[in-house]
Design a protein around this ligand. Structure first.
Ligand code: ADP
Ligand code: 5GP
Length: 206
């Protein structure tokens, strides 16, 4: 009975909230969930693989991609460009796969403009000060970069009301946050308006 296009889940929130960690854990539990890999002009971190974490491109390549209509949205964040490739998401949804992605907050709202049915999830820590501790523990940015990310985070928190769901990723309780995120995916699947009309008619007349 359950047929039709896949669902688009957009996980956003301030840097250090735990988006990467949560999405990675979720993908481990749901292998059929597709992850939209973004393009970026940022330098890869030591553990990052091209094509898996990001498509790492030059500013020139990024510009070509964007100007050719290849990106659904793009943003400058902390001096680097980030953007969502269009084809992969459109193709995956049409084929019936659910897709998850994790853009920054403005990107999330731009995705909703392109896909009004997208489910927007805002991830926060239990205390704002945890962001700094987590970013320090991650050891991927300099102190200046962390300070800039926290400044951006303060602005991003003001967009929370435009999202559909909030997930509180409490300190050292990652497992609970993964369960909460999974519950959202599960519940969205059962919303009546997600079902094609002929499926509902079959249920009505059975
Ligand atoms: P984001 O993708 O939102 O920037 P990350 O997933 O990279 O955040 O997490 C930032 C850091 O915080 C990482 O080092 C990660 O291991 C750690 N972290 C994530 N969730 C928790 C949690 N619930 N408690 C403590 N540390 C966490
Ligand atoms: P990071 O450098 O930590 O990987 O990412 C910096 C910020 O850019 C994060 O908030 C991340 O969610 C966001 N980001 C990653 N990919 C995209 C994208 O395709 N579009 C937008 N708008 N933001 C992105």
């Amino acid at each position: 009975m359950i047929t039709g296009p896949g669902l688009l889940f957009v996980v956003s929130g301030p840097s250090g909230a735990g988006k990467d960690t949560l999405v990675a854990a979720l993908r481990g539990r749901r292998p059929s969930l597709r992850y939209s890999v973004s393009a970026t002009t940022r330098e890869p971190r030591p553990e990052e693989q091209a094509g898996e974490h990001y498509f790492f491109v030059s500013r020139q390549e990024f510009g070509r991609l964007r100007d050719g209509g290849g990106l659904l949205e793009s943003r400058e964040y902390n001096g680097n460009l980030y953007g969502t490739p269009r084809d992969y998401i459109e193709r995956s949804l049409t084929e019936g796969y659910d897709v998850i992605m994790k853009p920054e907050v403005n990107g999330a709202l731009a995705i909703r403009a392109a896909f009004p049915d997208a489910v927007l999830i805002f991830v926060v820590p239990d205390r704002f000060s945890n962001l700094r501790e987590r970013l320090l523990a991650r050891r991927t940015e300099t102190n200046e970069e962390i300070a800039r990310r926290l400044e951006i985070a303060t602005r991003e928190m003001k967009f929370i009301r435009q999202f559909d769901y909030i997930v509180v990723n409490e300190q050292d309780r990652l497992e609970q946050a993964v369960r909460d995120l999974e519950a959202i995916l599960q519940a969205e699947r059962f919303r009546i308006h997600r079902y094609p009309d002929d499926s509902i008619r079959r249920v009505e007349s059975s």
